[in-house]
Design a protein around this ligand. Sequence first.
Ligand SMILES: [Zn+2]
Length: 481
Amino acid sequence: MAGKKQQEFVKEITPMEEDFSRWYTDVVLRTDMVDYAPVRGCMVIKPYGYGVWEGIQRVTDSRLKATGHKNAYFPLLIPESYLKKEAKHFEGFAPEVLWVTHGGNEELTERLFIRPTSETIVCDMYSKWVQSYRDLPLLINQWCNVVRWEKTTRPFLRTAEFLWQEGHTVHAEEEEAQEETMKILEIYRQVAEDELAIPVILGEKSEREKFAGALKTYAMEAMMHDGKALQAGTSHNLGQHFSRMFDIKYLDRDGVLKYAWSTSWGISTRLIGGIIMVHGDNRGLVVPPRIAPIQVVIIPIAFHKEGVLDKAKEIKEGLEKSFRVEMDDRDTYSPGWKFNEWEMKGVPIRMEIGPRDIENNQVTIVRRDTLEKFTASMDNLTGTISGLLDDIHDTMFNKALKNREEKTYTTTDYEEFKRIMHETPGFVKTMWCGSGECEDKLKEETGATIRCIPFEQEHIGDKCLICGGKAETMVYVAKAY
Ligand SMILES: [Zn+2]
């Protein structure tokens, strides 16, 4: 019975080997994470998808607060003149800005734009708040939505409106701003690797790929199951660009008025797309246990029989003290249907409790990551589950790392590189001369980009992949989402 049902369910998700993009869309829709909104490119994040976002928020916010950052909120609407203050920033964002031109029937005297990011308004406020060295450092983060009018969109990965956190800090010294930029990148690494079980490569972005208006952009890049890269978080050292344009000055100890140094950084709901594409399989989602909205789902079996439901409730109450637990005691669905449903939703642990389990003082456990099924004693279930969740996290991380390693290649031969991109897409470790023309050519001819200049440099060769000229910089190249 369960076998037949299972097949029907799996049919609703296109196998990833057949069409990865269809598989992705099937998974996000079928698991109730999102729905399409009436405005093209927007998404409705449904409770299960939002629960994953709340998990990411929780593990990020606690780390930001522990390092002295405080949350605030800045307005959604910003005057047009602000965007124009920083030329490069304007150039970078203008093509995707959404404008507000009317209030009711009246045309506004100055157009307003909906934030694609908030540097402009935050820096304007900071110019009022920062007077003296005593006001520094200023370490503020905000959780909010932003709008970027993208032409092609995909749920979580690229949407016109998305949710994120954006941090904006101001410092007295140049080194402090650089330290902050790196500190945040390390926090992002922890979130990705230690919480989401996604291995990342850390490095610096090239001139062409850096944030509009930044001095330096650092990023973490993750490999998706299909070998493509996802920029999973960025941290920018803005130098003095924005403080000069927005006049953020402070009176230093020596009585001299100086321009401050600033940073900005963010991670977004894109990460949810990353979770899906790194960990998911043909059965659906596999949600990393530390941020999973539901870590354990309890399914009572034959619960019309006396004592089963009571025992299941008792176990649930015990586990709820330490974990996020849900019990599915709907009598309108069969156990087989429920197994499939929760498997598809990627809940890390499924626990079945039936009359025979109770007789034997045990529960039946199924891990979502490996689909292993086994029994565990009802005594010390908290310890069992805790250990199991850690093991699931490690297993998921190692599996993702293995996939990345298998799909990482090394070459400085352009023809071989093209063949790799065409036949077995992945990350290519190679050398680059540093020129923007080579970057443009690479993108034009292969669709791939320099993902980052990794901190961990390796000597691969002496010649640039693209022009064959002298090259001293090792880079990761890949096609990206
Ligand atoms: Zn070159």
